[in-house]
Design a protein around this ligand. Structure first.
Ligand SMILES: Nc1ncnc2c1ncn2[C@@H]1O[C@H](COP(=O)(O)OP(=O)(O)OP(=O)(O)O)[C@@H](O)[C@H]1O
Length: 297
């Protein structure tokens, strides 16, 4: 069963194609991170699922319903990228307003404010709240009425590391109750171990999709090894190990991750070597691999 099913979605603004043949699905209880540079199409994707944009081609279904239909609207909740609340209203008033809009009793409001950790400021105007507190209020707004599909557009921007951790704990709880969650973010490091799958968008195209570990493995990025030679040994080292000379005394080598241990052992045992430094591919390298060139090396 899927909560969100998107097939060959294409969205255009005039002659500009913002989303190009995108297909993905998200099951109840699953958390998907949508990643991509500025302008990759993440917000456009959310606005399409919400039914705000009419696709040029493709189909979307939310729990079997068309985007924008009453049934779909009842299932989906959304936290926009730049959440803005009336500055003069208190947190309690803001959330009560949204609860009424969703047909929920205002009795749900205080427990939600407590859940996101801003109950202490509930009776203060939102204009006096910090950005992180307003972001938490935005999340509380998205949690009203136990939605089946949560769309969160860069929900952690402006949050400090502790708030970020709390945020993901809350998302895990919501997903644990069966909601499907799609959230957008700018980097893999943040979503590592916190989402089930990632989908990487590049210039409106879905260039990679899957569990992060599988994407990292498929990228087959290489380890970088920098070797510093003892005085007068650089030429001999290059003859033995190859690589590129770097500032006269160092060599830069790259090797398949599977072969790195053997190579490092051989280098470390060489008498001409003064120092060795190994750099493994980071999650940022994996992200760049897919988002910059569509996964083509
Ligand atoms: N209403 C619009 N009219 C014309 N172009 C638009 C419109 N909305 C979005 N775009 C363009 O579509 C592309 C995708 O924009 P979108 O906001 O979806 O990117 P994003 O991935 O959310 O970026 P960011 O990370 O900066 O929020 C951009 O090039 C943007 O300029």
């Amino acid at each position: 069963m899927t909560m969100l099913d998107v097939r060959d979605l294409t969205v255009r603004f005039g002659g500009f194609t913002a989303l190009d043949g995108l297909s993905l699905s998200v099951a109840p209880g699953e958390t998907l991170a949508l990643l991509g540079h500025n302008g990759a199409g993440k917000s456009t994707f959310f606005r399409s699922v919400l039914g705000f944009l009419k696709p040029a081609a493709g189909q979307l279904s939310i729990g079997g319903h068309l985007p924008g239909s009453a049934a779909a609207r009842g299932l989906v909740s959304y936290l926009p990228e730049n959440v803005v609340f009336h500055r003069a209203l208190t947190g309690l008033e803001v959330l009560s307003f949204f609860a009424r809009l969703r047909g929920e009793p205002v009795s749900v409001v205080m427990p939600l404010l407590e859940k996101v950790g801003v109950a202490h400021a509930a009776r203060r105007p939102v204009g006096t709240w910090s950005k992180g507190m307003r972001q938490r209020l935005g999340l509380a707004q998205a949690l009203i009425g136990a939605p089946g599909l949560l769309l969160l557009d860069e929900p952690t921007s402006g949050l400090d590391p502790v708030s970020r951790r709390d945020f993901y704990a809350l998302i895990a709880e919501v997903a644990g109750r069966g909601a499907a969650v799609v959230l957008s973010s700018h980097g893999l490091e943040e979503v590592e171990n916190r989402t089930d799958r990632v989908a990487i968008l590049s210039a409106g195209r879905l260039v990679a999709q899957g569990p992060l570990a599988a994407l990292a493995e498929a990228a087959a990025l290489r380890a970088q090894i920098r070797v510093t030679a003892r005085a007068g040994q650089a030429d001999a080292l290059q003859t033995r190990f190859g690589g590129t000379r770097f500032n006269g005394t160092a060599l830069e080598l790259s090797c398949d991750m599977k072969l790195k241990f053997d190579l490092v052992r051989r280098i470390a045992a060489d008498e001409g070597v003064a120092d060795i430094e190994v750099r493994l591919p980071s999650l940022n390298d994996v992200y760049r691999f897919y988002s910059d060139n569509g996964g083509r090396s």
